[in-house]
Design a protein. Structure first.
Length: 302
């Protein structure tokens, strides 16, 4: 089945950056011959950091009103709990960016013992958002098959992981046009996508359990084939290394000017209606139709 998907004629916030004019990226990392990654249905790569916020240093700015540590506890628990519902072959890699002892104790003593799937915790040596983003993208590129990069403030539904994997298979069979356009998923129904100037045409389709809409916008959280990270490595590299740097601000480096081009020109990106994972950030990211407190309270208190 072949469908002509509506897409954006604009990139959010500004037109895409011609990366070649500003910076050349190194080659993508080589695939690792790691037996623990062989035959996986999904490799999940999560970044955690609890002592600061790339957008704000104020915990109260989060609409849940919780500290970053408690927010991460709920979100990481929701991810592991969702993984535990799956019989598929999953592996979780956690990249911790120099968090304090409070979070590391919670992670090691309270959360990770509950995981039914293999978990690797890597304590990053280089501190900062850019370094941890690059480390995350590098592990994605070194992987095979499907990868799911996740930030530490996404609250997942109980069956989110299985539903995303099953929906992607459905979409690959229906809409990829004989694999000419691979499928990627972003788990959050972003409110920004419904207001000008970011509002754009889209196609709404039926998933396994809800509607999904096409688009081009994602954060660093996405489910995507690892081969596409390698193929578009320059975009991932520049986003990771230059986001919110002086050069990056001057040259308009953000998701919409870099990786959004992948979903504009190459892949098909879908996000769910309603969200399968809530981005627990600020009031602008608060879904007006979802009771986030109900979802929050459904997460186990490990």
């Amino acid at each position: 089945m072949s469908i002509k998907f509506a897409g954006y004629n604009m990139i959010k916030k500004n037109e895409s950056v011609e990366i070649d004019k500003f910076q050349s990226a190194p080659p993508p990392p080589e695939i690792k011959s790691d037996l623990s990654l062989a035959d996986l249905d999904l490799h999940l790569i999560l970044r955690t950091h609890n002592t600061s916020n790339v957008h704000s240093d104020s915990d109260s700015a989060r609409y849940c009103g919780e500290t970053k540590t408690e927010l991460m506890r709920k979100c990481v628990t929701s991810l592991i709990y969702s993984m535990n519902q799956s019989q598929k072959k999953l592996k979780l890699t956690i990249l911790d960016d120099n968090s304090n002892k409070l979070w590391l104790d919670i992670l090691n003593e309270k959360l990770l013992p509950h995981s039914k799937h293999p978990v690797t915790l890597i304590n990053l040596k280089t501190k900062g958002f850019n370094a941890s983003a690059l480390a995350q993208f590098e592990i994605m590129a070194e992987s095979t098959g499907l990868v799911y990069s996740i930030e530490d403030d996404y609250l997942h539904e109980t069956h989110a992981i299985d539903e995303m994997l099953e929906t992607r298979v459905l979409f690959e069979n229906k809409y990829s046009n004989n694999n000419i356009r691979k499928i990627a998923l972003y788990p959050f129904d972003m409110p920004d996508n419904y207001i000008p100037p970011w509002l754009g045409p889209c196609t709404v389709v039926l998933g396994t359990n809800r509607h999904w809409k096409s688009g081009v916008w994602t954060t660093n959280t996405m489910l995507i084939p690892a081969e596409k990270v390698r193929e578009h490595w320059k975009l991932f590299y520049v986003l990771a290394t230059e986001y919110r740097t002086d050069w990056g601000i001057k040259n308009n480096i953000h998701e919409g000017s870099t990786i959004a081009n992948i979903f504009k020109e190459d892949m098909l990106l879908f996000s769910p209606i309603p969200s399968i994972a809530l981005h627990m950030q600020f009031e602008a990211q608060k879904d007006p139709y979802i009771d986030w407190k109900k979802r929050w309270n459904e997460v186990p208190n490990w």
